[in-house]
Design a protein around this ligand. Structure first.
Ligand code: DGL
Length: 271
C-alpha cells in the first residue's frame, strides 16, 4: 500500500531544515510540509509550558493538512512536548533525542560523550536520562550554547563572528577527552564545520536530526505508509514560517539546493 500524504516537520525556525535535507536524500519519494516558528525563535530560553503550547500550535496547523507522520525536528520541543503529543495523535510522532542517543552510543569508543543544546534541552536532562538508561557507565558532559541559534537564524553561520563564538563557547568541553559530541539542537549542523574544527577531527559529531530520518524511514516501512516513487516535479515540498519568508527562503535555498522553494508566511495565533 502506498500513501502519498505528506510528512510534517516542525521546528522553532530554520533548524529543522537540517532534518529535511537528510529526508530529501533518504526519502526522495515523500511529500514534505514544514513549519518553522521563526517569529518566536529561540524556544531554548522559554519556559517549558510555553514551548509545549507553541509546539501544539504547529502540530494542529499541520494536522489540518492531513499529514501521515509528524517529526518534531527540534530538540527543545522534543524534550518537553514529545510524550504528550505522541499520546494524543492518531499518527506516528517522532522526536530527535532518542535517535541521537542511539547513534552516539554506537560511535563512542571511550564512553565519554558530550551533549550541546539549547538551555531548555540541557535543563530538561533528556539526553542524559536516555543515555544513562541505556549505558550507565558512560561519562557525560553537557553544555548549553544559547549563542549558537541566533547566529544561524540571522544567516551569519559562515561569518568570523560565528567562528569566534563557537570557539569561546566550546572551550570547557575541550578538556573532557570526549570522542563523541551530540549536536543536540537541529540548528547546530549548519555550524558543523566550525564545531568540528574547534573540537578537533578525532571527535565524532552526531547530528541527531539526520539520525532521526533513518527512524522515520523505518516507521514508514513498519506501518506500510511510504509513498510510491514519483517524478520530482510532482513532489510537494512546502515551507511555512511565522517570520520573514524572504530570510527563510535564503537559508533554505543555500542549505537544501532545491531548484524551486515555496515559502509562505503564516500566523499560528489562531491554531
Ligand atoms: N532547533 C532547536 C532545537 O533543536 C531550537 C532552537 C531554539 O529555538 O532555541 O533545540
Amino acid at each position: 500500500m502506498h500513501n502519498k500524504q505528506p510528512i510534517g516537520f516542525i521546528d522553532s525556525g530554520v533548524g529543522g531544515l537540517t532534518v529535511v535535507k537528510e529526508a530529501l536524500k533518504q526519502l526522495p519519494n515523500e511529500n514534505i510540509l514544514y513549519v518553522g516558528d521563526t517569529a518566536r525563535c529561540p524556544y531554548g530560553p522559554r519556559p517549558a509550558a510555553q514551548v509545549i503550547e507553541y509546539t501544539w500550535q504547529m502540530t494542529r496547523y499541520l494536522m489540518k493538512k492531513d499529514i501521515k507522520m509528524l517529526v518534531i525536528a527540534c530538540n527543545t520541543a522534543t524534550a518537553v512536548a514529545l510524550e504528550e503529543i505522541k499520546a494524543a495523535l492518531p499518527i506516528p510522532v517522532v522526536g530527535v533525542i532518542l535517535p541521537g542517543t542511539r547513534a552516539a552510543l554506537k560511535a563512542t569508543k571511550n564512553n565519554r560523550i558530550g551533549i550541546i543544546g539549547t538551555i531548555g534541552t540541557i535543563k530538561s536532562g533528556s539526553y542524559e536520562e536516555a543515555l544513562t538508561q541505556k549505558a550507565p557507565n558512560t561519562t557525560l558532559s553537557s553544555l548549553a550554547c544559547p549563542r549558537f541559534v541566533p547566529i544561524v537564524e540571522s544567516n551569519e553561520y559562515h561569518s568570523s563572528v560565528a567562528k569566534k563564538i563557537v570557539a569561546e563557547t566550546l572551550q570547557p568541553l575541550k578538556l573532557k577527552q570526549l570522542d563523541t559530541l551530540i549536536l543536540g539542537c537541529t540548528h547546530y549542523p549548519l555550524l558543523r564545520p566550525i564545531i568540528q574544527n574547534v573540537m578537533g577531527h578525532s571527535v565524532t559529531l552526531i547530528d541527531s536530526g539526520a539520525e532521526t530520518v533513518g527512524e522515520v524511514s523505518m516507521l514508514l516501512d513498519y506501518f506500510a505508509i511510504a509513498n510510491a516513487p514519483q517524478a520530482s516535479n510532482q513532489k510537494t515540498c512546502e515551507f511555512y514560517t511565522t517570520g520573514s519568508a524572504n530570510m527563510f527562503e535564503e537559508i533554505a535555498n543555500s542549505w537544501l539546493n532545491l531548484t524551486k522553494i515555496s515559502v509562505t508566511h503564516i500566523d499560528l495565533g489562531a491554531c
